[in-house]
Ligand binder design. Structure first.
Ligand code: TYD
Length: 225
């Protein structure tokens, strides 16, 4: 893994809004992000938090246009173009939704994918390099990261089995080959090494209730401290 200067890593911080929290979920296709996000949202609402679930790319009218442009493209995109499109969607989401909502106390923003997707997909799998992605995000508001990120880790085999069972049409990234998936897993490991405090590695091979319990344990630590 490439060496990254610690000052660069430290320049990424969680937004400081008393009483509000920013969370993200990450993982390769089939990791079970959507299921867990629904459960965690319900849990937080039962604790009287106002919870908003956002997805990336997307989440704003402009971001949704970018989402459909990227995921339905018939032309292969240059990885630099890809990375900038995802970052553009992210900056707009931060500006229009995330920061405004977090400023209201007792809010939790749950983001389905965030910067670690760009580090894994574009930085590692598309080979742009981690530093290139971090440098691209090293300005406000892109230098804001979640308080906690749950990386739902599954093997490539499990991902493929679960995708087969879903039998949904494949989008731009889902039609990539096995090597791409291998480097995605490596990419998420890289992110985890860069941000070991923020990212919680969750064994998502387990059944959904066990995965939920592991996430809850980490979440309680955040809420109680
Ligand atoms: P989506 O349908 O939301 O995938 P999933 O259900 O697996 O979360 O599509 C988002 C796709 O975009 C997904 O394949 C991951 C990819 N992606 C990137 O390559 N870079 C990024 O920065 C983000 C946010 C997503």
């Amino acid at each position: 893994m490439e060496e990254i200067n610690q000052d660069l890593i430290n320049s990424f911080r969680a937004p400081a809004f008393p009483g509000s929290f920013f969370l993200s979920f990450e993982g390769i296709e089939g990791a079970g992000k959507s299921t867990q996000i629904v459960k965690i949202k319900e849990f937080l609402e039962s604790k009287n938090f106002r919870v908003l679930v956002l997805r990336e790319p997307g989440g704003t009218p402009f971001g949704e246009k970018l989402r459909s442009a990227i995921l339905n493209t018939k032309t292969a995109l240059h990885p630099v173009a890809e990375a900038h499109l995802f970052a553009a969607s992210r900056a707009q989401l931060l500006e229009e939704v995330t920061l405004r909502e977090l400023s209201i106390p007792n809010t939790v923003i749950i983001c389905d994918r965030y910067i670690d997707s760009t580090l894994a997909y574009q930085g590692t799998a598309r080979k742009l390099g981690l530093k290139t992605i971090l440098d691209m995000h090293n300005c406000f508001p892109l230098n804001l990261v979640p308080h906690l990120t749950f990386y739902l880790k599954i093997s490539i085999e499990t991902s493929q089995e679960r995708q087969k069972m879903r039998n949904a049409p494949k989008d731009y990234f889902e039609s990539q080959g096995l090597d791409f998936y291998k480097s995605l897993v490596e990419g998420y490991e890289n992110s985890y090494k860069l941000f070991p405090k923020r990212i919680k590695l969750i064994d998502a091979e387990k059944n959904s209730d066990e995965v939920y319990e592991s996430i809850l344990k980490e979440l309680m630590n955040l809420l109680e401290n």
